[in-house]
Write a protein that binds this ligand. Structure first.
Ligand code: HEM
Length: 118
């Protein structure tokens, strides 16, 4: 499950940057398609995250914090792309994305479930 979770957010990150690139080069149709695929990956990230969460027997507050921060990252991906498509400012969401992404990585790798978990 850890592998599925890692793969899901890693692919989402790549798709996010592809979507940014397509928008910058004015390819709106391609942008919309990638945005749709990306939404599928949001679901995968959340489903695998929740599965990790429910598989922990002695859950601590840090896991809940990790999950909330993870959801925050996903929301920032979506908000940035939606606002960018509407030509609205995204800088405040970029700051939140960078900060929450770093925290999600730190908590994810710091928390004890390793690669061979499930
Ligand atoms: C883009 C958003 C996210 C990123 C970048 C991210 C990143 C990570 C990373 C790096 C790990 C460590 C994997 C490992 O131990 O090998 C992890 C584990 C985990 N994630 Fe996420 N995650 C995200 C979203 C979510 C969401 C939305 C949830 C819950 C709804 C969630 C719940 C968990 C849980 C419970 C773990 C297990 C913690 C552990 O390693 O002990 N994550 N995540």
């Amino acid at each position: 499950m850890t592998h599925a979770h890692l793969t899901a957010w890693f692919v989402a990150l790549i798709l996010f940057f592809i979507a940014l690139g397509l928008h910058k080069s004015g390819k709106e149709k391609g942008f919309k398609v990638v945005q749709m695929i990306l939404r599928l990956f949001y679901i995968l990230i959340i489903v695998t995250g929740v599965m990790l969460l429910t598989s922990i027997s002695n859950i601590s507050l840090l896991y809940i914090v990790k999950a909330v921060i993870g959801l925050w990252v996903v929301s920032m991906f979506e908000l940035i792309l939606v606002r960018m498509a509407k030509q609205k400012s995204t800088s405040i969401f970029w700051i939140q994305l960078v900060v929450t992404f770093v925290v999600a990585l730190y908590l994810g790798f710091m928390l004890p479930l390793g690669f061979d978990f499930i």
